[in-house]
Design a protein. Structure first.
Length: 328
C-alpha cells in the first residue's frame, strides 16, 4: 500500500467521522433535523464540488503532460451511463441510511453498516472474480465477529424513537433496512472498481459528475416530496434560516462529504472496493467515543468489544497489504 493510499485512508477516516458528528450536531442545533431527502441533496452537492477541482487540476497541467497521460491511459472516455448507474446506487443507499438516523444513534448505525464488508467481499468475487487474499480473509472473519457483537449491542440499547416502530417489531425491520442499504452501497463499490479501473476515471471526476447528476435528481425528488407531503421542505428551510450555526454546520458537512467520497473512490481505484469498505467502517469507534462524550450514545461492553474487533480487522487488512505489496 503506497503512502498516497495511506493518506487517502486517513482522509476518509477523518472526513467520514466528521460527516456523522456534523449530522448529530445539526439535529441538536435546530431541535431535530430529520430530512432524509434533503440530506441526499446536500451530499450530492458536496460531491459535485469535486468537478471544478478536477477541471482546475487539469488546467494546471501543461498540454504536453496531458497528451502523455492520454496516450498512457489508452482508453476511451467513460460513457455517462456509468456515472448515472453509480449515482442511482448511491442515492437509494443514502436515502435508506439517512432515514435510519431517526431510529439509531450515529455510532450504532455506522457499526451496523459494517455489513458492507462481507457484502463487498462476496460481490467482488461474484462480479469481478476477485478472491480475497489470506490477510483479507482474516480481516473479514474478525469483522464478522465484531458485527455479531455489534448487533447484540444494538438489541440491548435499542431506543424506540420512530413513529413506525413498536416494542415488539421495531428492531429487525431497521436492521433489514440497514443491510439493504449496505448491499446497494456494496454494489456501487464493486461497480465503481470495475469501471474506474477500466476507464482510468480520476476520483475527482467520478465524484463530481455523480454529484452533479445526483444533485439534479435530488432536487426533483425534493419537489415531489414536498408536493406529496412526504418531507416538509419549507419547514426545513425555516429552521436553517433561523439558525446560523446550522448553516455553518451544513457548510462543514459539504466539505467533509466531498473529501470523504473523493478519498473513497481513490482507494477503490488504487486498492480495492473491499479495502474501501473496511476503511469506511473503522470510523465507527471514533463516532462512538464522541457520542458518549456528549451524552448521545451509551457505554456498553458489547459495543466496546465490537469496536475492538473492527479495529483489529482494519489492522489485519492494512498490515497485510503492506506485507503482500512489499513481497511483490
Amino acid at each position: 500500500m503506497q503512502k498516497t493510499n495511506i493518506a487517502a485512508c486517513f482522509g476518509v477516516l477523518v472526513a467520514g467521522t466528521m460527516n456523522v458528528i456534523l449530522k448529530n450536531h445539526m439535529a441538536s442545533a435546530v431541535g431535530g433535523f430529520y430530512y432524509p431527502m434533503f440530506w441526499n441533496f446536500v451530499t450530492m452537492c458536496g460531491m459535485s464540488l469535486a468537478l471544478p477541482t478536477h477541471h482546475l487540476s487539469q488546467r494546471s497541467e501543461s498540454s504536453e503532460t496531458q497528451e502523455l497521460l492520454t496516450k498512457a491511459a489508452d482508453t476511451k472516455e467513460a460513457p455517462l451511463r456509468i456515472y448515472a448507474v453509480v449515482m442511482l446506487f448511491h442515492w437509494w443507499a443514502l436515502l435508506l441510511v439517512n432515514s435510519l438516523y431517526f431510529y439509531l444513534p450515529g455510532a450504532l448505525l455506522q457499526m451496523m453498516r459494517g455489513s458492507k464488508v462481507p457484502f463487498t467481499a462476496a460481490l467482488s468475487f461474484l462480479i469481478l472474480g476477485k478472491a480475497l487474499q489470506f490477510h483479507q480473509q482474516a480481516s473479514l472473519l474478525v469483522i464478522m465477529l465484531g458485527l455479531t457483537l455489534g448487533v447484540q449491542s444494538c438489541s440491548d440499547q435499542w431506543s424506540f424513537r420512530g413513529f413506525l416502530t413498536t416494542q415488539e417489531h421495531g428492531f429487525w425491520p431497521v436492521v433489514l433496512l440497514s443491510f439493504t442499504s449496505e448491499l446497494i452501497r456494496s454494489l456501487m463499490f464493486v461497480y465503481q472498481e470495475k469501471y474506474v479501473k477500466q476507464y482510468k476515471i480520476p476520483a475527482l471526476k467520478m465524484s463530481g459528475v455523480v454529484g452533479c447528476m445526483g444533485a439534479l435528481f435530488s432536487f426533483q425528488m425534493l419537489v415531489i416530496a414536498q408536493l406529496l407531503r412526504i418531507e416538509d421542505v419549507f419547514g426545513m428551510l425555516s429552521k436553517l434560516r433561523d439558525s446560523p450555526m446550522a448553516l455553518l454546520t451544513l457548510f462543514g458537512f459539504l466539505v467533509s462529504v466531498s473529501l470523504f467520497e473523493v478519498g473513497g473512490i481513490y482507494i477503490t481505484a488504487c486498492s480495492s472496493a473491499f479495502t474501501r469498505a473496511v476503511v469506511e467502517l473503522i470510523r465507527t469507534p471514533i463516532v462512538w467515543i464522541v457520542e458518549i462524550r456528549y451524552g448521545i450514545g451509551a457505554w456498553s461492553l458489547w459495543q466496546l468489544s465490537s469496536f475492538l474487533m473492527l479495529a483489529l480487522g482494519l489492522l489485519l487488512d492494512v498490515c497485510g497489504a503492506f506485507i503482500f505489496d512489499g513481497a511483490k
